[in-house]
Ligand binder design. Sequence first.
Ligand code: ZN
Length: 101
Amino acid sequence: MEQAPLSATKRCPHCGQWSDYRQQPDDRCQHCHELLDPLGPQRAAEMEQAWKWEMPPAMLIPIPETEPAWLRGLKYVVRGGQLLFAATVSFIVWFLTTLAG
Ligand SMILES: [Zn+2]
């Protein structure tokens, strides 16, 4: 297991050279100018999406008007739990990114 000489550097996955790393998703290698973290922008986009609470509608259970009131009431409770879960995940993501940044 190879250790990084400094925490602020990262080995470039493209040319294998050590490069300054500011822990930004779009940090680029000083030698070959490729992304130091190829998944960085994607991960940043995912974080941003989680932050915006964009839960796919398919994840929420459908509540048809034709169902009996008690069943709809039950589903609203479940849906509320799902939204609460999404909010909690968003908060954790926000908390972790704030710590990391
Ligand atoms: Zn490089």
